[in-house]
Design a protein around this ligand. Structure first.
Ligand code: ZN
Length: 294
């Protein structure tokens, strides 16, 4: 997987405007869909990094396909699902990035990974396939629960963590994986400091988060002020299997979010852009964030 790293908005805007890169990818995706307009679903052959073999990735109209002037367009990020491991484009790309990050760790004798998710297909995959890595996952189970608590009754037991106040010791992990969590946190600076604290020196963060690539500044949608929940913008919720209401979005992030990582002691926070037909990573632009602890 070819990764391009961008540390600021100017560099990424220049990339997006460059015909050589994004336009070729977009034209390719449009041509691909042009011949498939009468199909509700189809497969594209590619190489699954999770299964480590070729697979026919499934593309259909689920999870936000759109009708444009050119006809229906899939939500590439959420589809291209592997029929065997069931993981979609962004999940397989995250596994790809995790595998690569683990190869970068100097001392591989006691590898330890923390994922800010536990009851997800991605964590299932990590804990069953990364056999030489101790994988700890957690969910947020409410403000009254003490960090580190294991809740029985659900098998395997679910671990509770509040990412603003993690229960782990300093220098615990080689890698932290955080997928679409930071937008739901009241105090992201605190959460970023906590990630820095529990990571070993040179430990890495791999993160996805809804991101406004054309915004320099992040915007607060909601906040806890004097113990009260205050809304600054119309309420927005994301699906959460543990809550009927879903998870409230506290922040819309722009590029200053990367500065918060640098301020907390991360050396090289960057947006990592990827696209690969071979691996089934379509949909320009696709990206995640990567940072290394000092
Ligand atoms: Zn697979």
């Amino acid at each position: 997987m070819k990764i391009k790293r961008f540390e600021d908005k100017q560099a990424f805007s220049a990339y997006l405007a460059d015909d050589k890169h994004t336009q070729v990818h977009k034209q390719f995706e449009q041509a691909l869909m042009k011949n498939r307009q009468d199909l509700d679903s189809f497969t594209l052959d590619g190489f699954c990094q999770a299964c480590e073999k070729p697979q026919p990735f499934i593309v259909d109209k689920l999870y936000g396909s759109q009708i444009t002037e050119q006809g229906w367009q899939p939500n590439w990020r959420e589809r291209l699902s592997c029929p065997e491991c069931q993981l979609n484009n962004r999940q397989r790309a995250m596994i790809h990035a995790i595998k690569h990050a683990l190869t970068q760790v100097g001392d591989k004798s006691a590898l330890k990974l923390y994922a800010m998710e536990q009851i997800t297909p991605l964590f299932q995959w990590l804990s069953s396939h990364l056999t030489d890595v101790e994988c700890i996952g957690s969910e947020y189970l409410g403000e009254d629960v003490t960090g580190g608590t294991l809740v029985d009754g659900i098998m395997p037991a679910m671990r509770h963590e509040n990412v603003e106040a993690l229960s782990f010791a300093d220098d615990s992990f080689d890698l932290i994986v955080s997928n679409d969590v930071l937008e739901h946190v009241n105090d992201p600076q605190m959460a970023i400091k906590e990630m820095q604290r529990v990571l070993k020196p040179q430990g890495q963060v791999l993160m996805s988060v809804p991101f406004y690539i054309d915004r320099e500044q992040s915007q607060r949608r909601a906040g806890i002020e004097n113990g009260e929940l205050v809304h600054h913008l119309p309420e927005q919720y994301h699906g959460n299997p543990l809550s009927e209401q879903g998870s409230l979005v506290f922040h819309d992030y722009g590029w200053d979010m990367l500065d918060d990582f640098r301020a907390a002691g991360f050396a090289d926070m960057a947006l990592c852009q990827y696209w690969s037909y071979f691996h089934g990573y379509l949909g320009e632009p696709q990206y995640y964030f990567h940072a290394t602890n000092t």
